[in-house]
Design a protein around this ligand. Sequence first.
Ligand code: WTA
Length: 665
Amino acid sequence: MGAGQDIHQASEMTERFEPPADFAGSAHVPSFEVYKQLHQRSLDDPEGFWREITDDFVWFKPWTQLQEWKPPFVKWFVDGETNISVNCLDRHVDAGRGNRVAYYWEGEPGDTRTVTYADLLADVQRFANGLKAQGLECGDRVIIYMPMVPELPVAMLACARLGLVHSVVFGGFSADAIRDRVNDAGARAVITADGSWRRGRVIPLKATVDSALAENASPTVETVVVLKRCENAVDWNDDRDVWWDKAIDGQSDVCPPVHLPAEHPLYILYTSGTTGKPKGVVHATAGYMVYTAYTSRMVFDLKEDDIYWCTADIGWVTGHSYVVYGILANGASSVMYEGAPNHPAEDRFWEIIEKYKVTVFYTAPTAIRTFVRWGDHHPDGHDLSSLRLLGTVGEPINPDAWLWYHRVIGGGNCPIVDTWWQTETGGILITPLPGATALKPGSATLPFPGVEPEVVSEDGQPVEDGERGLLIVRRPWPSMIRGIYQDGWGQSGHVGEFGDRERFVDTYWEKFPGQYLTGDGAVRDADGYFWVIGRVDDTLSVAGHRIGTAEVESALVSHSSVAESAVVGAPDPITGEFIAAFVTLKAGIDGDDALEAELTAHVGETLGRFARPKMLKFTDALPKTRSGKIMRRLLRDIAAGREVVGDTTTLEDLSVLASLRGDDD
Ligand code: WTA
């Protein structure tokens, strides 16, 4: 991997950035010593450590048992009862902080709204009553397919208030992808909008939901709630569809929260794995609540007067944890933005930071590399002096992009928290604490309290410092994935033992029993700093979006012209990786530019536009080993334009290699 290679070299660099003294002076974790003590205590005395943190939350029934760990199944705060919507909303309003702004929302066309905690609480309760009136009950699954508007967190929190298990589907996903998720989750309702704004155009969300549900393809869905956002025309099904405004019409703005057991599933979020079928990652109420709240506070050093902005879409886990739950649990004020970074102009983000005086800014390396390309004059034209802390997430950040971010956006005096985590981890696991940790550009640095990562070899032994290995986590943490959703989840007893047990074990636990396999490769340096290099399995990170090669392959072979396909990632200077597809066609069909465009579009329709291959090559055959395995390493070399290296003697047909490289062109 391109970025990975950079990082590996960077781990030998010695440049360090100490926390600025004035920052450290007022930080929640003000020194490295304090961090070390916290981390040590979290491992030595987890019970006392988490007790102090959880005391700040509202529990209908306080927990007495911290944890039940029957690998690979874990429960946290086992016998407690709570509700995350109460901890995100009522708790602050009850403390007299209802007038505090939860979201400064900026719509793409320039419309704005300011939503206070009191507003949000009233909206959530009204909408929750609306959902109840539709007949939804605790434990039912609800798919949410919405734009970045305040009603999206309202919908999530209303579900959480009632114990409905939401599954947010990113607005860029196609009808097929929605249908798969609706059916896997057995959803009874879908919440959507007429459309969403993207670069001045309306993306018709309701129409996409209609095609996902067409011809009774998803028989479990009884209700579709539709928010009016763009005023675009929509088809209507009277038996199924209800406008958001109608759903809340006449509903009370008081809705008592359901007292939920700690392990009640809060949400399902689908993520790509190594097979064609996305995994429904399940998170549990209390552990997720506590961990996202605590990481938000410590990693982003949240204070009363901060204006925080995370640019992630709520459709991904970063948005769940660090636009919605963890941030609201702290009663913090955030900016929420609906549109694209280059609409109407390439300085949109800097304009927003200046306008709202954003103090903490959290974005993805792919965005930073794009900003570098767009030019310094965009940020230079705005007053960014309100910023005091920067963050990144989603992929390794190459040191050049890090240094640019630090200098041009942070004015040379904002710490950068490079946060490593995953959909499955629920919250940040490896990260600097900005007042405590000396930074090395390209390293996510050190484990968060409660987290015990390690870099090991294939046989599970720790590798030497500076050697590459597999990143694992030795003990469970509160927001750990509880399992992969499967019909029947949570109907009794220990929810963790439900779901797709086999896939859960195979993916994360089989290799090193009792230790969580992240799927990432990493190096630990002599200072104990972690350098995450990238995925070691067949998932790609394209512009920070996680995409399974198998998903793209099955989208390709679902086209009538395609016989077989192999998809790999190759380094890209902006998006980290790009998708390269190698395709063999059925007999009698010739690959030409028109078919290439058609197949690319087909992947867009099947999965979503963000999953379209950037390179698509037709070939007479795919290179395979004698046992029939596709030689991906070789395809990766070809896609990257590298010399094909290594042992190719097991190639089934050496001429395939020549034709793929274009030697016969
Ligand atoms: C990658 C996103 C390096 C990693 C929160 C991980 C990172 C995958 C970082 C999870 C980082 C995330 N440095 N790599 N700071 N953060 N990754 O599930 O490969 O969309 O396994 O969660 O992103 O992607 P996911």
